[in-house]
Design a protein around this ligand. Structure first.
Ligand SMILES: Cc1cc2nc3c(=O)[nH]c(=O)nc-3n(C[C@H](O)[C@H](O)[C@H](O)COP(=O)(O)OP(=O)(O)OC[C@H]3O[C@@H](n4cnc5c(N)ncnc54)[C@H](O)[C@@H]3O)c2cc1C
Length: 518
């Protein structure tokens, strides 16, 4: 039997658990990282964003994790860690499909939206090939000195006066661990949620959705006619590609090892109709109804078992107790749409780091932990509100596009504020605590869920555009660009006053980040 005491026990060694454990170790805590499975292993959740990569970089710098830094950009990743597979992500690509009809490109691009996130490949975002990415991080954690216990099945966790007690088995031997604080990084409906019998609270105004996904080989490129012979702001497949249809959407993410991640998230009505539980057969039934996608996948083969998730969204009612907390990724999950999972998780990790650094064993610890937990739920709710409104408008693509721009405006404003070292200008995901933007976001999402006449929908479109304008640092309100938005340095320079920044400050920022339009 092995028995041990740690100040901090992190359960779950996905990227979030390993990062958190390394952060705690760097802060001087004795730290254990406990994993049920074994790396390398399949994991879903792959597409990063500019904000997520910036947060990852900030964590790497703040906690002296230099081996994490190359992973924050495509260029450095390729130079320093080419052995870890990943995908190049220059932006977010959306195509709108109708059931039973081939995708119809039109010169006015009514059925598409392309939002560039980086001006060149060098500083672009990535899709993380999680078997490699997570394995690298867990190995790095071990090298740093974190105690790692994989293949450990925890059978009981209790919050007792002397500390948290964890008991289970590893390789047939009993394991007993006591910890002063436990951090759950096991994902939705995870370890502490089950062990402590925490209550779930569904997201308000969010549809019931299901997911079905796998990894594939031999996925064809998008047909050239998707761009109707015009030159897009970036190659549309070097992106998170979203194929939206009424009631759901398919993601397609290409890695540089020949593997493509693809899957569908859809309303329960669609998922039941296609019987997502049946895995590959359901995937084929779905593609039969989306002929352009059927062509792209017609020679593909799944290289991992299909995973079906009957309840995709999840929200715990409670996020922390006196001696434990759930990371945001264990506290809730909305949907892969807009890749909100990584930034929400990384924001939570960064806050937890500050909490441990500044308040550990101080009387303020519990009130600060509660404040972090409230913010976690507020941010998850804001993401759910927006993605819920997007589900409600998947058959009204004009409105869907405009609502998406709320996300892109808030994300680019927040990223730039942080890069200018003015994080106080954007202290919450989707600016949900911002007194003006936060309220407008709530109102627009509520309005978009209602049935609207075409006049009302056009008015809402217009209202959203106006509301975005004061925060738009990325040319998203320039009607001449719609619906192709390149990432241009000139937009940041022009919009410097919105961030209270001077042009030289923006120029310095652009130089620091390698932001050059090529
Ligand atoms: C279908 C889908 C697509 C997504 N796509 C995106 C995306 O494109 N972009 C994005 O930003 N986010 C996405 N997400 C969200 C993203 O997956 C999560 O934010 C991310 O995986 C969180 O990482 P993690 O390390 O917390 O959890 P995970 O990657 O889930 O890792 C949890 C770890 O905990 C271990 N574990 C589980 N239970 C126990 C236990 N009882 N004891 C010990 N160990 C345990 C598991 O084995 C695993 O290794 C997606 C989510 C889903 C469901």
């Amino acid at each position: 039997m092995s028995k041990a005491h740690f100040q901090i026990a992190v359960i779950g060694s996905g990227f979030a658990g390993s990062l958190t454990a390394m952060m705690a170790h760097r802060l001087g805590f004795s730290t254990a990282l406990i994993e049920r499975g074994r790396h390398p292993r399949f994991a879903i959740g792959e597409s990063s964003t500019p904000l997520a990569n910036l947060l990852l970089e900030e964590i790497a710098l703040e906690y002296d994790l230099p081996f994490v830094r190359p992973l924050c950009k495509w260029g450095t990743w390729q130079k320093k860690l080419p052995q870890l597979a990943c995908g190049l992500k220059r932006g977010f690509t959306f195509y709108h499909h109708e059931w039973g009809r081939p995708f119809a490109p039109d010169p006015e691009r009514r059925r598409q939206l392309l939002v560039g996130a980086s001006p060149n490949g060098e500083i672009a975002d990535t899709h993380w090939y999680r078997p490699d990415f997570d394995h690298y991080l867990v190995e790095s954690a071990q090298k740093l000195g974190v105690t790692y216990l994989d293949e450990t099945e925890l059978s009981s966790i209790s919050d007792e006066p002397g500390g948290m007690r964890l008991a289970g088995k590893r390789h047939g031997q009993s394991v007993k661990i006591t910890a002063e604080f436990v951090i759950d990084a096991t994902g939705p409906r995870g370890c502490l949620f089950s062990a402590l019998g925490l209550p779930e609270k569904r997201f308000a105004a969010f549809p019931r959705t299901q997911g079905l996904f796998s990894h594939f080989r031999n996925v064809r490129p998008l047909p050239e006619d998707f761009t109707a012979g015009q030159t897009p702001p970036y190659p549309p497949e070097q992106a998170a590609v979203h194929h939206v249809f009424p009631g759901g959407w398919i993601w397609v993410l290409k890695f540089n090892n020949g593997i493509t991640s693809a899957g569908v998230a859809a309303s329960e009505r669609i998922a039941r109709g296609l019987d997502f539980k049946s895995g590959e057969a359901a995937w084929e039934r779905l593609l039969e109804q989306l002929p352009s996608l059927a062509e792209i996948f017609d020679e593909s083969e799944a290289v991992a078992p299909f995973v079906s998730t009957p309840m995709l969204a999840f929200r715990s009612r409670v996020v922390s107790g006196s001696r434990w907390t759930l990371l945001p990724s264990a506290a809730g999950f909305v949907d892969p749409l807009l890749s909100t999972g990584f930034p929400l998780t990384l924001l939570g990790i960064a806050r937890l780091g500050r909490l441990l650094r500044q308040h550990w064993q101080r009387p303020s610890f519990h009130s600060q932990l509660e404040a972090c937990s409230r913010l976690t739920l507020l941010e998850l709710d804001a993401a759910a509100r927006l993605v819920g409104a997007l589900y409600a408008t998947m058959d009204r693509f004009d409105l869907f596009k405009q609502l998406s721009l709320l996300y892109f405006a808030a994300a680019s404003f927040s990223e730039t504020a942080r890069r200018l070292r003015k994080p106080q200008l954007a202290d919450s995901f989707l600016l949900c605590r911002h007194p003006v933007f936060g309220r407008q976001l709530r109102n627009f999402c509520a309005a978009a869920r209602r049935p609207l006449s075409s006049r009302e929908a056009a008015q809402l479109n217009q209202d959203i555009r106006q509301a975005i304008e004061p925060y738009d640092v990325a040319g998203l309100t320039d009607n001449n660009r719609h619906p192709w938005y390149p990432a241009l340095s000139a937009d940041l320079s022009r919009n410097a006053p919105k961030l209270g920044a001077s042009e030289p400050e923006i120029a310095a920022l652009l130089r620091r980040c390698g932001f050059r339009n090529m």
